[in-house]
Design a protein around this ligand. Structure first.
Ligand SMILES: Cc1cc2nc3c(=O)[nH]c(=O)nc-3n(C[C@H](O)[C@H](O)[C@H](O)COP(=O)(O)OP(=O)(O)OC[C@H]3O[C@@H](n4cnc5c(N)ncnc54)[C@H](O)[C@@H]3O)c2cc1C
Length: 406
């Protein structure tokens, strides 16, 4: 293969991996990043711990990619989670696995992930141009013309990895999409995804409470749209945490119609076991107020909100609880409903749904079907996944594939 000059626009995970991959394949690579450092968004990931990838089988990744998952087949099988971890291992980053197959650096520091990527860039001799905003990209002839800082340069190939439109303060402000459209590409509508959900009635929330193990079924317009099990957090405006964030991928702004979630607050117990457990509590403490008894079953900050929804007074003594009362409690513990009225804004979204249309990108190479020699990688393509490290793996895998310049 002849050595080509390659420009990579965007120094996030997709761009960094694309640059490493292209340089390793023998090309002369320049990486352009407008920020003063690489991986500004990567630094924030996983609350600063960076959930790098997921240990699931690659076949199961597709279950965590709500739309356009087939488009990612070659990318995810071509550079797998195991390949990614082998890369990190070879560049001094030890990793560990946590609940749900989530993989983190052993140090719990996203900065160590960035260091391991920088090591690869250095090893492969990639030229890194920081504080360099790419103003324009055109292809007037066989070569690309890239203008940055008032200077135009020619490149044989260009990989665009400028990210989505969420968290614009990190540099992914979406402005480069205008250039991409001017080159003849279509971008699909942008929608915040992996974002907190707003629920009705702020008075009914134990703000700040995290439920570690909750079951949740999400509905919209008479249909179950998503179900999950895991961690959920009550916030000022509604619900957040991995379960709610992933559910947001299944709602569209403007499309909320009789939307609600049914929380199973006691997922480890079926209704019969739960009723027996309540009977046992009552038997042991027959003269206690029922709201106090509930503290053995629920976090105390949730109890008053829970008792607000019960038809009998919270001070009812255990021994005065009827069969109907018990069933009402069991039913509410298993189906605690919160009405969902919307999503929080794009600025707070972990991921952008929407981007360069997958119809215009070759899934086997990431090359544009419209402009030969132009490649795309990462969040700027119209693909997005649920929480769990899947989005970063998509960024790394598409970056790696694009860098192969196939
Ligand atoms: C708070 C938060 C937490 C997250 N946590 C996780 C997690 O734990 N696990 C996970 O899998 N995913 C997580 N994500 C999602 C993950 O960060 C993204 O999927 C990933 O960063 C996308 O990578 P990218 O390289 O495509 O884009 P980005 O990381 O957005 O990088 C794009 C880069 O391009 C640069 N750029 C843009 N335009 C130009 C230009 N014209 N010239 C030069 N440079 C330009 C930008 O400055 C930016 O640095 C999280 C996201 C957020 C916001």
């Amino acid at each position: 293969m002849s050595k080509k000059t390659v420009a990579v626009i965007g120094g996030g995970p997709a761009g960094m991996m694309a640059a490493i991959s292209a340089a390793k394949a023998g090309h002369a690579v320049t990486l352009f990043e407008q920020n003063e450092k690489l991986g500004k968004k990567l630094f924030l990931t996983g609350k600063g711990r960076c959930n790098i990838t997921n240990s699931a089988e690659i076949a199961d990744f597709f279950l965590n990619i709500p739309r356009n998952s087939k488009f990612l087949y070659s990318a995810l099988y071509g550079f797998t989670n195991a390949d990614l971890l082998a890369y990190f291992d070879a560049h001094g980053l030890a990793t560990k696995e946590e609940r749900g197959g989530r993989v983190f650096p052993e140090s719990d520091k996203s900065s160590d992930v960035i260091k391991a990527l920088e090591a690869g860039l250095k090893e492969q001799g990639v030229i890194i141009r920081l504080r360099t905003h790419v103003d324009a990209l055109t292809k007037p002839d066989k070569k690309f013309s890239l203008t940055a800082g008032g200077k135009s340069e020619k490149f044989d190939n260009v990989i665009i990895a400028t990210g989505g439109v969420s968290y614009p303060s990190t540099g992914s402000d979406g402005k480069f999409f205008e250039n991409v459209r001017a080159m003849g590409h279509t971008t699909t509508d942008f929608e915040p995804s992996l974002v907190s959900l707003k629920t009705e009635d702020t008075s009914e929330r134990p703000t700040g409470l995290t439920l570690k193990n909750v079951g949740a079924e999400f509905y919209n317009d008479g249909r179950k749209v998503y179900s999950d099990f895991g961690e959920l957090l009550f916030t000022h405006w509604g619900i957040s945490g991995p379960v709610a964030l992933s559910a947001s991928a299944y709602y569209k702004n403007g499309g909320f119609k009789d939307a609600f979630v049914l929380l199973d607050l006691k997922p480890a117990l079926d209704e019969t076991k739960l009723e027996n457990r309540i009977l046992r509590e009552i038997g042991e403490n027959p003269n206690k107020d029922f709201s106090n008894l509930m503290r053995t079953l629920l976090p105390s900050s949730l109890v008053p909100h829970f008792m607000d929804r019960i038809s009998f007074p919270p001070e009812t003594k255990g021994n005065a609880i009827t069969v109907e009362n018990r069933r009402e409690i069991v039913s509410l513990l298993k189906h605690y409903r919160l009405n969902i009225v919307g999503k929080r804004s794009m600025a707070e979204a972990i991921i952008t749904r929407g981007g360069v249309s997958v119809k215009e990108v070759n899934p086997s190479t990431m090359e544009s079907k419209k402009i030969p020699g132009l490649y795309f990688a990462g969040e700027m393509i119209d693909v997005d996944a649920l929480t769990g490290g899947f989005n970063l793996q998509i960024a790394f895998s598409t970056g790696y594939l694009a860098g192969q310049l196939l």
